[in-house]
Design a protein. Sequence first.
Length: 222
Amino acid sequence: EGTSFFFMSRNIKDCDKLLILIHGSGAVRAGQWARRLIINHSLDSGTQLPYIREAHKLGYGVVVLNTNNNYNEITYQSVRANETPTAHASYVWDHFIEKLEVKYVDVVAHSYGGAVTTDLAKKSSFREKVRKIAFTDSVHSFGAFGPSKVVVNFLIKSSINWVTSGKPLGTSLSDGMGDVQRRSAGTGKHEETSWKAFEEVFKWFKKGGKELEKKENKKKKK
C-alpha cells in the first residue's frame, strides 16, 4: 500500500497561531513552490523556506502539506485517504490540524493549492479557525458547480489573490466583487508569484494580527 507524509514544526503544540503552506499541482512536493526556480535560480525563490523562516520568527507553528504524493511511484498503489490533493488536505485537516488548540490559522496557497483550499473551506471547522488566506496565482473557481454561498462569502472576506501582472507589487487589480480581491504579485511569471509576493503576504498577515490584538484587548477591558 502507498504511503505519504507532510511536515509539522516542532512547536506545533505550543504555538497559538498556525501557518499552512499548500503548493500547486504537478511534480512539486512538500516545501516546494517551483522546481524550475529551484534548479535555475535559488532555494529561496523556488521553495517555501523563506515562508517557514518568517513564520517561526513571528511565532507561528507551521504545517507543510504534500498534496501531490498520492501513490507509490514504484508499485503505483494509491495512498489510502490521500488519493487526490483535496483528499490529502482533508485528511491532514481532520486528523491533525483541527485538533490543535490555536487562536487562528493563516494559509498560503499557490496555483492549484487555491482549489485545494477552496475545498477545505467547505468544512465549518476550517471557516471557524482560519483568519486569512493568501493565494498566489490561484486557479480556484466559484463557478456553477463551485462552493456554496457561505463558503464563497467566507473566502471573499478572508482572502487576497496575488496574481501575475506587469503592474507594481501590491497594486489592486479588483475589489473582490464576486471573487477574492486580486493584487499584483509584481511578476508576469506564474511560478514566481509566491516568491515575489512574500513581503506583501506577511505585511498583510501582521496587519491582521494587530487588529486581532486590539479586539482581544477591548474584550478584556469589558
